[in-house]
Write a protein that binds this ligand. Structure first.
Ligand SMILES: [Zn+2]
Length: 324
């Protein structure tokens, strides 16, 4: 442990010039995005699923699992687990395939189909074939129909969805780590814990709005627990630093867990207690979650969009390390 800390510190300082303090151009309204992370340990495809997802086949209408499925929840990619659609965008089109009039922003890629007429839709994260998208049918107010093979989707009911909010310095790195966790469906960088509505990056950067750079993780509670995510959180940033993480200084970079219920609060406090028992002077604030404001689009999935960009946060196995 003692040997590792200096290495981490040197690594972080070496990255200071190009870390989260880089100039960040402003852009557009806050937008929820899909993390577009690599595979999340989904089960292997069956031959029938491979025919559709890899070989771009089409299941027969009125035969799939979800063509007439109506239940609150979300639909993720069968191959990689990425969040694709929310149930409130699903509608009955009577075409025999699941139909959606909107996607999770950034989750679905489009390209001309090999037939020269239609537009193919694919999972933006893994390239798996989903189906086709149509416009001009006037079936819903949005006038869009994603015609998706059931075999390309896995439904997760609302009752299994969990949400977690953490602030651990620059949100690019925190988002990166949580996006790698099997069972995490979507990760969004944003701002919370402040006083103003719809804060911009520039406003938060002044340190006067009270917001922290934070990450919202949506997860499948059957595949990963809140405790596992909180455990990870305390190992991917330095919870002993006060109002800073490495080169990023200011209350917007504070360490905080924003809890949504008593169980989350108890879990966070238990983990902090374990770290303190090991000698860590944990500065992490545990406070009730307020409104989470997604950050500007250019902050979302930043490290995947900028390969080779350094990550300041480094994972340190604090819970398994001997007492300090
Ligand atoms: Zn996928």
């Amino acid at each position: 442990m003692r040997g590792l800390l200096p290495l981490v510190l040197v690594a972080c300082l070496a990255l200071a010039a190009s870390a989260c303090r880089d100039s960040r151009q402003a852009s557009g309204e806050p937008t929820m995005t899909n993390p577009k992370q690599p595979a999340r340990a989904m089960p292997p495809l069956t031959a029938a699923e491979r025919h559709i997802i890899v070989e771009k086949g089409t299941e027969a209408p009125f035969t799939g699992t979800y063509w007439n499925h109506v239940e609150p929840g979300v639909y993720v990619c069968r191959r990689c687990g990425a969040l694709l659609y929310r149930s409130d965008s699903k509608f009955e089109s009577e075409c025999g395939w699941p139909s959606f009039d909107d996607e999770v922003p950034g989750a679905v890629a489009r390209r001309p189909d090999a037939d020269g007429r239609r537009t193919e839709i694919l999972c933006a994260a893994c390239g798996g074939h989903l189906g086709h998208v149509f416009t001009g049918e006037h079936l819903t107010a949005k006038d869009v129909r994603h015609c998706v093979n059931s075999a390309s989707l896995v439904f997760i009911p609302q009752s299994r969805l969990g949400r977690a909010l953490f602030a651990g310095g620059c949100f690019w790195g925190v988002e990166h780590y949580f996006g790698q966790v099997p069972g995490v469906l979507a990760v969004t960088s944003g701002y919370t814990g402040g006083q103003t509505d719809r804060p911009t990056y520039e406003q938060v950067s002044t340190g006067t709005t009270g917001h922290a750079e934070a990450v919202e993780a949506l997860f499948d509670r059957d595949r990963v627990t809140y405790e596992a995510l909180a455990h990870l959180f305390f190992e991917i940033h330095d919870p002993t630093q006060v109002n800073r993480q490495g080169p990023d200084v200011g209350t917007q970079y504070r360490s905080a867990v924003f809890t949504l219920d008593e169980d989350q609060k108890r879990t966070a406090e238990d983990l902090i207690g374990r770290l303190r028992a090991k000698g860590y002077a944990v500065a992490t604030q545990v406070e009730p979650a307020g409104k989470f404001w997604p950050a500007e689009a250019y902050h979302q999935d930043y490290l995947r969009k900028h390969p080779g960009h350094p990550i300041c946060q480094t994972r340190v196995p604090r819970f398994d390390a001997p007492p300090r």
